[in-house]
Write a protein that binds this ligand. Structure first.
Ligand SMILES: [Fe+2]
Ligand SMILES: [Fe+2]
Length: 344
């Protein structure tokens, strides 16, 4: 694969020395078929790279790959298809339809990348689609182009495809050394999810000067079971849950209005940042058996809450591994006596 790309790079960089004039006369079919092949190989390399190195490598390179495919489609649509349609209207229409399908799939994969979820099967589906499309064109449009395109049009095509091949070579140089298709296969890989994609940003809080009656009222009014407790500077000073309120009322035997929030709140707060990865949050939740965490900004002000329920909902939507959520939930829900004995 790398040798092929190197050859193309040399041709694109030195068109006359590599025989562009001769190619422009005789070679649209070979050129376009070669472009297809190298696009498929680039997609295979991205797929393999994703298997081996995880999502980030693909995220960085996917747009360049996508652009190479779009370059190919646009070159055909601009340079060949208008004239080809005059001779072979039905086939030209079918090719345009397939271009639309390829664009749709490219867009879908791009969205999956943005959503932090890309399926290797989807990439394989694109490879298959491109392969079938190349076979159709190589059986009909490319031989026609070989014979009927004027020399000036062939030259235009060579310039456009040559430019795209150069980009593919650059892409391959970046991806190729890191891709090893023989590595173990996983059906799906995921980008590390950030806390920011899941947090509830409507933060309801009480202050360190409130009493438990006020805290309970806020929980009742907003149908929530936990509040960050804010100090005079707007920092999170503690967390209080509905269970904390119940236990304080039971153990103190006093009305809620006479009990300060600071008496019942957890003062040792585990917080996270919106840019933290979800894996780290799940680990903290598991280790410390907490179901909710305040999300704070760099100044320590609360910007949201993230809960194990939010993560479970993300799992049901396919954004997070259900296995990871199950193990986090199991750890969070384990009886404290068991946790204490296992830690001892
Ligand atoms: Fe095409
Ligand atoms: Fe094509």
């Amino acid at each position: 694969m790398a040798r092929g790309l190197l050859r193309v790079t040399v041709m694109a960089a030195h068109p006359r020395a590599a025989g562009l004039e001769a190619g422009a006369t005789n070679g649209p079919r070979l050129l376009l078929a070669d472009h297809h092949r190298q696009i498929e190989e680039a997609c295979s390399a991205l797929r393999a790279c994703a298997q081996v190195n995880g999502p980030r490598a693909l995220v960085e390179q996917y747009r360049a790959f996508e652009q190479a495919v779009l370059d190919h489609l646009e070159a055909e649509e601009t340079v060949i298809l208008p004239d080809y349609a005059a001779d072979h209207q039905e086939d030209a229409y079918a090719i345009r339809e397939e271009h639309a399908e390829i664009r749709t799939l490219l867009f879908r994969i791009g969205v999956e990348v943005e959503l932090h979820l890309v399926r290797l099967e989807t990439l394989q589906g694109l490879i298959d689609m491109l392969h079938a499309h190349a076979a159709r064109e190589d059986a009909s449009m490319y031989p026609w182009a070989q014979v009927h395109l004027p020399l000036s049009t062939k030259r235009r095509l060579f310039v456009r495809i040559g430019r795209s091949l150069r980009k593919l070579a650059e892409l391959q140089a970046l991806v190729g050394p890191h891709a090893d298709p023989s590595a173990g296969v996983e059906k799906t890989w995921r980008l590390p999810m950030k806390v920011s994609s899941l947090i509830q940003r409507n933060v309801i809080s009480c202050t360190i000067h409130d009493d438990l009656h006020r805290a309970a009222q806020l929980m009742w009014d907003h149908d929530i079971g936990c509040l960050p407790v804010i100090d005079e500077l707007g920092h999170v000073a503690g967390m209080i849950t509905d269970r904390d309120i119940c236990m304080a009322a039971y153990t103190q035997g006093l009305p809620l209005r006479s009990l300060p929030v600071t008496l019942a709140m957890a003062k040792h707060v585990f917080a996270c940042n919106a840019n933290d990865e979800l894996d780290a949050v799940e680990r903290t939740m598991s280790e410390h058996q907490i179901r909710r965490m305040p999300v704070i900004d760099d100044q320590g002000h609360p910007v949201g809450i993230i809960s194990i329920n939010d993560i479970a909902r993300a799992a049901s939507a396919g954004k997070v591994s259900t296995g990871e959520v199950a193990s986090t939930l199991a750890a969070v829900s384990a009886p404290r006596s068991l946790v204490a004995s296992s830690a001892a």
